[in-house]
Design a protein around this ligand. Structure first.
Ligand code: SF4
Ligand code: SF4
Length: 102
């Protein structure tokens, strides 16, 4: 019989944020690229892609991921292979800001 109490691993999982990725459902409409404050979105071989080292999920700029807001086909889900905490995303934003200032 399963316990109704969440396990520690489960709590840790839900307390994390995940980086975003663009799936092959992308229709190459080009709407998301100019909305990205980190210039993390680029035209890939077949469809648009997100550079994981540049995407902060808009942390530091906006309350919500802007690409997800504008995508007409909702093809930008969380990427389970690129788990990042809010603190990591914020640190990435600070690092990118410092790089851009130099
Ligand atoms: S979530 Fe924000 S930073 Fe990441 S790709 Fe989308 S618009 Fe760019
Ligand atoms: S907004 Fe969505 S469909 Fe359009 S290019 Fe970006 S990911 Fe692809």
């Amino acid at each position: 019989m399963k316990s109704g109490r969440p396990c520690a691993a489960g709590l840790q999982k839900w307390s994390r944020l995940l980086a975003l990725k663009i799936t092959d459902e992308c229709i190459n409409c080009d709407v998301c690229e100019p909305e990205c404050p980190n210039e993390a979105i680029y035209q890939g071989v077949e469809f648009y892609e997100i550079h994981p080292l540049k995407c902060t999920e808009c942390v530091g700029h906006f309350d919500t991921p802007q690409c997800v807001e504008v995508c007409p086909v909702e093809c930008i889900p969380k990427d389970p292979d690129q788990e990042e905490t809010h603190e990591q995303l914020l640190q990435k934003f600070l690092n990118l800001s410092e790089e851009n200032a130099n």
